[in-house]
Design a protein around this ligand. Structure first.
Ligand SMILES: [Zn+2]
Length: 292
């Protein structure tokens, strides 16, 4: 959850890595990328991001400094990364961290790039992140989908009363995936999967529910974002939770939909997460029960 998948496309002299994970996992990411599951000691020539959220670009600086590789980001993300500010990757909004990095060039929808001896098409994947891209290899029909489609969901989509442009864009991205008809999807989180029709149906029904009920979406986001915060810290004193939720901007914005005053947000959130087995409360601390 905290760390995205990192996809290595191997071609001697032109090795490509897609996405770099969250910054607190940078040492592990460096090991994995260089190790037997990755480059087996070969150099890395290029790092490409599907989008510039912290769990996908947080390791960019570490990878670039270890490998001296070219860094390529989606063209629409350039304005979010340069200049580097607290708004970059929504760090301030979500209380996330990332190491500042330099990028060398950009990719846009319609571009192509070489990876693992094949030509990859670049497609727009707006919705979760309006500037996101996804990458498709037409010969084997492999899609690297980022957070546009996972086996059992997709990246969070911000709630909105009435028409929600993020949900509308997500539905267009799902329609694009359906047209591409991938044989296998390598998602930004979770295992690769082949039942693309099943995943598309699942995500469409979730988006329909979120569109009809933005409050449900906001509640879902509060839970997901708080779990991310817990995983990053590994645990949090119960006594600090209300202060944390009051201090980090995204919870206040989401609570505008939910409408729980003061301590009521914490008193709803913790039992809710405990009930589904996502957290455990013991000795005055909240601990996540899912893997980072
Ligand atoms: Zn992600």
């Amino acid at each position: 959850m905290l760390n995205c998948n990192q996809v290595v496309l191997r071609e001697p002299g032109d090795n490509v890595l897609i996405d770099s994970g969250y910054c607190t996992h940078r040492e592990r990411t460096l090991e994995l990328v260089a190790g037997p599951a990755g480059l087996e000691g070969e150099p890395l020539e290029r790092l490409i991001n599907t989008h510039c959220h912290t769990d996908h670009m947080g390791g960019n600086a570490a990878i670039a400094s270890a490998h001296g590789c070219r860094v390529t980001i989606p063209v629409g993300e350039a304005k979010h990364v340069n200049p580097w500010t607290p708004a970059t990757g929504d760090m301030e909004l979500f209380d996330h961290k990332a190491d500042p990095f330099h990028f060398d060039d950009t990719l846009a929808s319609g571009d192509r790039f070489d990876g693992a001896g094949f030509e990859w098409q670049v497609h727009a994947a707006p919705g979760h992140d309006m500037e996101a891209l996804m990458f498709f290899e037409p010969r084997h029909r492999i899609l690297v989908s980022g957070d546009a489609l996972w086996e059992n969901g997709m990246g969070i989509v911000w709630p909105q009363q009435g028409r929600n442009p993020h949900i509308e864009a997500s539905l267009e991205t799902l329609a694009c995936i359906e047209r591409l008809a991938p044989a296998v999807v390598i998602p930004g989180h979770g295992a690769p999967f082949a039942d693309v029709a099943g995943s598309l149906a699942n995500v469409r029904s979730r988006l329909a529910a979120f569109s009809a009920d933005p409050v449900k979406n906001a509640r879902h986001l509060i839970k997901v974002l708080f779990m991310f915060a817990l995983l990053e810290r590994e645990s949090m004193p119960v006594a600090d939770v209300a202060g944390y939720l009051a201090h980090v901007p995204c919870y206040g914005k989401l609570n505008e939909f939910v409408g729980l005053e003061g301590e009521a947000l914490t008193q709803w959130l913790l039992p809710e997460l405990e009930r589904v087995g996502a957290i455990r409360i013991a000795s005055g601390r909240v601990r996540p029960m899912v893997a980072a």
